[in-house]
Design a protein around this ligand. Structure first.
Ligand SMILES: Cc1cc2nc3c(=O)[nH]c(=O)nc-3n(C[C@H](O)[C@H](O)[C@H](O)COP(=O)(O)OP(=O)(O)OC[C@H]3O[C@@H](n4cnc5c(N)ncnc54)[C@H](O)[C@@H]3O)c2cc1C
Length: 359
């Protein structure tokens, strides 16, 4: 019996959608399965904005971000729509120096600015002696629009079926096919791509793949900052004010970016607790208050808190991504809180691995 599909993609977060987009034009049958609705808020990919930046202290990531940049620009040209607002990205603190070196080594333009020079350009608060690195090609990805643009491209390519409210209960390996257990029965496929975010380890363990990731629930706050959209996306490796109450938890860096219609979105990178995916939780009030304090310490015109939300990180120990093929099973885990910007690139890599696996 022929399999039900050639390639099944499990998970319709930004990485799954980008993989489906990269499979457009594939001669075989591709099927995308999602346990919830498209665009749901239980995983990692929801919301209106994500930082896009070339700024990384590691040259490898600068080069990957450059390749992702080209992929986003191609998508923008294809859809006739702006998906990244290139307001620039600004890094503060000691890591910024390494970042400017890595950018220069990759031939990427950037400016090192003094505290005064930053204050002349934007309503930000820096102390004398602090330095910043500004890179003008970075900015804010319109996350929800980017998701829809990739989805439209995937559907227009033909040959793709999308099934929502369809949780995959388990995977098993058969002769020449992967069996995919759903609530209503079992599907077979030549290859499966598991891009299930925080849920991936439990799907992969029974087929002998140990995905060493730890999901955490991160809290973000929205703050009223006038003209937030004119200020570069900010990463602050410098000083995080001590939280005014309670015991400190480690947030490696503060970050903030405009969120269209919602003011300034801000968070403390890697500050959230480890969680079991699927568990529901309200924003962590302690982290939300600490984040608001950090915003007030950096933004001259920081106003009231407008809201808060949560989102899952799926963390590897070193923030690297997992993009691997194990026979007929392809694994894509591209998060650790910085994967959105790479999605079109990662999608192409996973689609290529899936084609190979289905041959
Ligand atoms: C607060 C926050 C801020 C971030 N900021 C940035 C940023 O500024 N810049 C940046 O580049 N990145 C950022 N990221 C990271 C980025 O958002 C993630 O890397 C990206 O969204 C990961 O997408 P994903 O598709 O891997 O995971 P997800 O979006 O979680 O998608 C996985 C999907 O698989 C589905 N699924 C799981 N199990 C099953 C199953 N058994 N059957 C069917 N479907 C299943 C889930 O329902 C889900 O839809 C941030 C993340 C968070 C949480």
């Amino acid at each position: 019996m022929p399999p039900d599909a050639d390639i099944v993609v499990v998970g319709a977060g930004i990485v799954g959608i980008a993989t489906a987009r990269a499979l457009a034009g594939y001669a075989g049958k591709a099927l995308l399965l999602e346990q919830f609705e498209l665009g749901h808020a239980h995983g990692s990919s929801h919301g209106t904005s994500r930082i896009f930046r070339l700024n990384y202290p590691d040259e490898r990531f600068v080069r990957l971000a450059l390749a992702a940049d080209s992929a986003w620009r191609e998508l923008e040209a294809e859809r006739g729509e702006r998906l990244i607002d290139r307001v620039g990205s600004l890094d503060l603190g000691p890591v910024a120096i390494e970042t400017s070196r890595a950018l220069a080594a990759c031939g990427v333009r950037s400016e090192t600015l003094s505290a005064d020079e930053v204050r002349e350009r934007w309503p930000l608060l820096l102390e004398a002696g602090e330095t910043a690195v500004f890179q003008p090609d970075g900015g804010v990805t319109y996350a929800d629009r980017a998701y829809k643009a990739l989805l439209a491209g995937a559907l227009e390519g033909g040959g793709l079926e999308v099934r929502t409210s369809t949780p995959v209960r388990s995977l098993s390996l058969g002769r020449g096919a992967v069996q995919i257990e759903l609530d209503g029965g079992v599907l077979t496929a030549r290859a499966v791509v598991v891009v299930a975010g925080a849920w991936a380890p439990e799907l992969l363990a029974p087929v002998g793949i140990d995905l060493a990731v730890v999901p955490t629930r991160e809290t973000v706050v929205y703050v009223d900052v006038p003209e937030a959209g004119t200020i570069p996306a900010l990463i602050d490796y410098g000083r995080l004010p001590s939280p005014s109450e309670g015991g400190a938890r480690a947030g490696l860096a503060g970050y903030a970016l405009a969120a269209p219609g919602q003011g300034l979105k801000a968070g403390l990178h890697h500050s959230g607790p480890a969680v079991v995916p699927g568990s529901t939780a309200e924003p962590d009030e302690f982290i939300a208050a600490w984040t608001r304090e950090w915003v007030a310490s950096r933004y001259e015109r920081a106003g009231e808190r407008l809201g808060a939300d949560t989102c899952l990180y799926t963390n590897t120990a070193d923030d690297e991504f997992v993009l691997e093929r194990h026979g007929r099973v392809v694994v894509g885990s591209a998060c650790s809180g910085h994967g959105f910007k790479f999605a079109p690139l990662v999608g192409r890599t996973l689609a290529a691995l899936a084609r190979e696996a289905a041959d």
